[in-house]
Ligand binder design. Sequence first.
Ligand code: NAD
Ligand code: UD1
Length: 334
Amino acid sequence: MAILVTGGAGYIGSHTCVELLNKGEEVIIVDNFSNSSPDVIKKIGQITGKSVTVYSDDILSEAALHNIFTAHKISAVVHFAGLKAVGESVRVPMDYYYNNVSGTLCLCRVMAAHGCKKMAFSSSATVYGAGTGGPFREDDAVSAINPYGMTKVMIERILTDIAAADPKWGIALLRYFNPIGAHPSGLLGEDPTGIPNNLVPYIAQVASGKLARVQVYGDDYETPDGTGVRDYLHVSDLAAGHIKALEYVENHPGAEAVNLGTGTGYSVLEVLAAYEKACGKKLPYVIAPRREGDTAVCCADPAKAKRLLGWEAAIGLDEMCRDSWNYAKKLQKG
Ligand code: NAD
Ligand code: UD1
């Protein structure tokens, strides 16, 4: 039996494929490479010494998905495939609802037709909306302040309804907080095209000399140093959470929301200081206005993940920055 990983060539998907292969699973990737490179597949092979079967298809094609499910015995799906840029989702909402929501429906229809009803889905802390800052618990109200976030709210609802109607479904709705870092080998990591939107990829480009200085979005929040506080977790810890989630859904019917975060928040200036330590140089920054849609604090209550999945994050901020810098240096060398 194999595990199908949609979006397996992406940032989080590729790290999860490594964990699955290291555990001895057979892995099949379906990815349309809209936001990733086929090179990633080679890197996964280099790290694990194992090969994966790759389908360069779109999850919006039910015919393509049927082919995959016919060719392989698939026991469960880890569903990463989706568009994820908040600003872009405001500009092209139709693309986001079509790709993320319709894509998930296509996938579920094909899974049901082939009797495969176990899934781990990539949700996000964004479903806590503007919220109170947390620590968020899974039974807190969900909402969204942009189309990207709304796709996650809608998909969570769809998957919950599907699981309620048929007890053969077991689904983990994994609400990621802020994944950062890279594989310690430096072969896999996050390499956004254009100017990065997220903090750590931006800092990495300042450290590499591609960008002049970090813009700190606001220093007048109600936080200890006035800058935004987030719950950063290492992408390898996050990947390990998926293995635990697959084990859980195997024996538990229903759809269950689970936060994947550390429970500890760090401010923008704390992350910057940790990155300076990792790269061994001072990184210039300026204080800029607040970014629209940002909240002061966003942190997880990670208790449910520990209780249900037996998972907790183990890797600290210094290692997250070290691995991010290690990857950025390799990219710089080309
Ligand atoms: P990513 O863009 O690196 O990976 C997504 C992958 O899906 C890419 O390889 C892309 O080519 C593929 N893809 C997109 N649409 C597809 C389609 N229709 N058919 C086939 N392949 C398709 O993103 P990531 O950071 O690895 O995120 C993975 C998932 O986790 C996404 O659903 C994202 O919304 C969610 N998430 C990410 C974060 C984060 O900070 N990175 C936080 C919370 C949730
Ligand atoms: C952002 C998205 C969120 C998404 C997540 C994916 C917005 C408003 N939110 O979350 O929906 O799920 O990415 O990882 O886009 N910051 C700076 N300078 C920068 C970039 C960021 O100061 O150049 C600050 C932000 O104000 C924030 C912190 O750094 O306080 C983290 O920002 P970011 O990495 O973009 O993550 P989120 O805002 O938490």
